[in-house]
Design a protein around this ligand. Structure first.
Ligand SMILES: [Zn+2]
Length: 212
């Protein structure tokens, strides 16, 4: 095992840490989970990419147990979940990824939350793969209501013009990093915006996705 991976795993599961999922059991594997919780998680098998993306990778299938973790991670300032969740993000070699781009939050939402969870994940992925992060490729120009609360047709309208891309994306292979893919409409809009500005390929690598 190389040293970076060893370091990541030791961060993911410090010796006295409780299971990331149930927060009870203390008998843990390298992934920071107890045996029962590890059995509860399902790996996502080659999910179909949302429209406009050249590929999607997601480590896990979304389930209620994970929902609890994402809630703590995003809304309750549990940044300590970052290494645990980041271990499920992977970037296939054939993508020839040049830049990582955390899906941007609107500045006001980031200010309220004090951090962007996708950026925290990107930092781990960046150090594991040696691919730089470029946060400035995409800016969220306005806040938008949560996609999954809207019916299908309204989703695209809700996001239209919500992002602006920087000219630095021209000709690059870019990987969007996010925690969960549900409708995929946010990732689609990001990809559309980047490609319109000249990006060569746009992929997304996430921790989990809902069944698609
Ligand atoms: Zn557990």
């Amino acid at each position: 095992m190389d040293r970076t991976k060893e370091l990541l795993l030791s961060l993911a599961a410090p010796p006295s840490h409780r299971c990331y999922l149930c927060e009870e059991e203390e008998v843990l594997g390298e992934d920071g989970l107890c045996d029962a919780c590890r059995r509860a998680l399902k790996l996502a098998i080659s999910p179909a990419p949302p429209e406009g993306l050249d590929g999607l990778s997601a480590g896990l299938q979304y389930c209620d147990e994970l929902g609890t973790i994402f809630y703590r991670f995003k809304k309750m300032e549990r940044r300590d979940y970052t290494p645990f969740l980041a271990q499920f993000i992977s970037i296939p070699e054939e993508w020839h990824a040049e830049l990582l781009l955390p899906v941007p939050l609107h500045w006001w939402r980031e200010y309220r939350r004090t951090y962007n969870q996708s950026f925290l994940l990107s930092e781990y992925v960046s150090s594991r793969y040696g691919i730089p992060i470029c946060r400035d490729l995409l800016v969220r120009t306005r806040p938008t209501p949560q996609q999954k609360k809207l019916p299908g047709k309204q989703r695209r309208r809700n996001l239209k013009g919500a992002f602006r891309a920087a000219p630095e994306c021209q000709g690059r292979s870019i990987v969007l990093i996010d925690d969960v893919v549900t409708t995929g409409s946010t990732l689609s809009e990001c990809a559309r915006t980047l490609k319109k500005a000249g990006a060569y390929r746009v992929y997304a690598a996430c921790v989990a996705c809902t069944e698609r």
